[in-house]
Design a protein around this ligand. Structure first.
Ligand code: DX5
Ligand code: ZN
Length: 234
């Protein structure tokens, strides 16, 4: 088991009729935080959930609730989510002409903040904002839906972001989101990711949440033994 790598189960793949129960199972199985995907039907072509879900979850788990805002106007929703019990935010570089202001607003609310970049967005856009953030989120699928395939061209980008972070702000987390399972998690970790978001691989497995998390964790140590050359061709 690799304890340096944190698991963030994404409730987008949970059974919403049993949400509290499934989050409790994830907590008992050692999840590090709960990832809440918020979609507005504009920034991404899908709707998901809002602050009321966070308010309900706040009552059933002590885990940090991280809010991944896939919305056109993230600033508009920040206060509402903080009041509901949000612990941290992930906001996108894409479509935000005033990203630095959004980041400062989240910091002023006393919450950790991460910036997310989509698969076609280069790592370099993070360069000027890295020193202000707590997490860099590399989307390993195009945002909007769970249960999609990991985009392999994001692997060298994870490595580049990790290198940038080591130069600028070594405490910053490198998080990956989308298509993470026992096959792709080792690739992401070997490239430098230390926080893994996983929806389908945790809540979508018939083996149950605890067994699925164990399965995912068991896959991780193998990554550190692989060399980058092997990973490129995996
Ligand atoms: C995609 C979301 C992800 C998604 C991950 O837009 O940001 O968090 O729920 O789901 P899986 O693990 O099923 O790809
Ligand atoms: Zn997400």
């Amino acid at each position: 088991m690799n304890n340096d790598v944190k698991l963030a189960p994404s409730i987008l793949a949970a059974d919403f009729a049993r949400l509290g129960e499934q989050v409790a199972q994830a907590e008992q199985a050692g999840a590090d935080r709960i990832h809440v995907d918020v979609m507005d039907g504009h920034f991404v072509p899908n709707l998901s959930m809002g602050a009321p879900i966070v308010q309900s979850l706040r009552r059933v788990t002590r885990l940090p609730l991280e809010i991944h805002l896939m919305v056109t106007d993230p600033d508009f929703f920040l206060d509402e989510f903080v009041e509901a019990g949000a612990d941290s935010f992930l906001v996108h570089w894409e479509g935000n002409a005033n990203l630095h202001r959004t980041v400062q607003r989240i910091k002023a609310l006393g919450k950790p903040v991460g910036v997310a970049i989509n698969p076609a967005t280069p790592a370099a856009v993070l360069e000027e904002i890295l020193q202000d953030i707590d997490q860099a989120l590399i989307m390993t699928v195009n945002p909007g839906f769970g249960h999609q395939h990991f985009v392999p061209t994001t692997v060298p980008k994870i490595r580049r972001v990790r290198q940038m972070i080591e130069q600028v702000k070594s405490g910053c987390d490198v998080e990956v989101d989308g298509g993470i399972d026992a096959k792709t998690a080792p690739l992401a970790v070997a490239a430098g990711a230390n926080v893994l978001v996983a929806g389908t691989a945790i809540f979508g497995e018939t083996e149950g949440v605890a067994a699925a998390m164990e399965h995912l964790r068991a896959a991780i140590p193998q990554a550190s033994k692989e060399r980058p050359e092997q990973i490129k061709h995996a």
